[in-house]
Write a protein that binds this ligand. Structure first.
Ligand code: TYD
Length: 131
């Protein structure tokens, strides 16, 4: 399956590094919502859902974590460990997040507000809908 990683430009100088994210520029949608996951406990796996419409970009701004993506035909695991890399997840992709490092901060940019109606939380239903 096709993995869409976006490499953000690092504006670095002798003081350190800076990444800027702008809707419809280096982020390919209007950003409506930002949330982040941190202080994740050991061995926790989360996600376990797909979205009917929502698009998201995941950026591991600190530490590392792994993402499983499943389109109903194939699945793949991606290691996120660079604050200048974004993983684009389009709609109708099942995702799970795991192997969070203790210092992991996983920031997510979304093109929609939080809407429980947009979630598919049952894997069998996901497979049915994706076919
Ligand atoms: P949850 O969907 O379980 O997170 P994940 O899919 O990453 O495992 O979300 C945890 C809680 O946070 C749940 O009560 C819903 C709430 N929530 C919001 O209120 N707004 C949001 O944007 C998100 C992503 C979650």
């Amino acid at each position: 399956m096709q993995i869409q990683i976006i490499d953000f430009e690092i504006k670095g100088d002798e003081r350190g590094s800076l990444v800027a994210l702008e809707g419809n520029k280096n982020i390919p949608f209007d950003i409506k919502r930002v949330y982040y996951i941190f202080a994740t406990q050991k061995a926790v796996r989360r996600g376990f859902h797909a979205h009917k419409n929502l698009k998201q970009i995941l950026i591991c701004v600190s530490g590392s974590c792994k993402i499983l993506l499943d389109d109903g035909k194939e699945n793949t695991e991606i290691l996120l460990n660079k604050p200048n890399q974004g993983l684009l997840i389009k709609s109708m992709i099942w995702r799970e997040m795991f192997d969070f490092s203790p210092d992991c901060v996983l920031m997510v940019l979304a093109d929609g507000y939080y809407d429980e109606q947009d979630y598919i939380r049952n894997y069998q239903e996901f497979l049915r809908l994706v076919k």
